[in-house]
Design a binder for this molecule. Structure first.
Ligand code: BG6
Ligand code: MG
Length: 219
């Protein structure tokens, strides 16, 4: 029988609302290419890598480009994204997140980060949460993105815990699928209509306690 030993957190849209900045920057790029990007289309970009997102956006707009142009567009989007992130401070950590992670630590539950972003360390530093995570698995460390479980399995291995003892917190469909593919419990953060494959969906971390998460292991 497994029990809660570790929590792995996605970053964008779970710890901090950078998902809105990713959307603004991608939308600006789409607009520049002559088409729009809807909120629904953006949902499919959550959790996946920068280049995979670009490929999906180009497919939406029916735009074909060579590799060099794609790389330069991705770099431009990233510079717009980082410009938007400049305004972020420790106050931007989503409500209840800091308290919940602190409660996990008090209960000797291990804590890791599993994000597709290549900017994860920079963002965590900006919101003063770099020291909260015992391991950081980000887009610079893995070869296969979500929904492949590599990110979360690497996190579990770093923390020396079995996947079945891990709970993943995710706002993206691809991330929930990655957690489930890795044999972990998945807590969706956001809309239950979108995150249908999660074991449970929460609106956010305010008022959430370790005991609530332990319930996922009660059979
Ligand atoms: C994920 C986001 O966390 O990171 C995606 O949900 C984003 O929207 C991906 O594309 C890659 O992020 P970055 O910061 O490396 O461009
Ligand atoms: Mg996310």
């Amino acid at each position: 029988m497994s029990f809660l030993q570790a929590c792995l957190f996605d970053l964008d849209g779970v710890i901090v609302d950078t998902a809105k900045y990713h959307y603004l920057a991608w939308r600006r790029m789409a607009n520049q290419l002559g088409f729009d990007l809807t909120v629904e289309e953006n949902e499919l970009l959550k959790g996946i890598s920068r280049m995979e997102s670009l490929e999906k956006i180009l497919a939406i707009g029916g735009v074909k480009l060579d590799e060099a142009t794609k790389l330069s567009l991705a770099a431009e989007k990233n510079s717009w994204y980082l410009e938007l992130c400049q305004q972020m401070s420790p106050d931007d950590v989503l409500p209840g997140v800091r308290e919940f992670v602190e409660e996990l630590k008090t209960n000797q539950i291990r804590v890791g980060l599993g994000s597709a972003s290549r900017n994860a360390v920079l963002i965590l530093d900006r919101i003063a949460m770099l020291t909260y995570f015992e391991t950081i698995v980000d887009g610079n460390r893995v070869t296969r993105g979500k929904p492949d479980p590599e990110i979360f399995l690497t996190g579990a291995a770093d923390l020396d815990v079995l996947p079945a003892s891990c709970v993943v917190f995710e706002d993206a469909m691809a991330g929930v699928q990655a957690a489930k593919a890795g044999g972990m419990k998945a807590v969706g953060v956001g809309d239950p209509v979108v995150l249908t494959e999660a074991d449970v969906v929460i609106k956010g971390f305010e008022g959430l306690h370790v005991q609530d998460i332990k319930q996922l292991f009660v059979v």
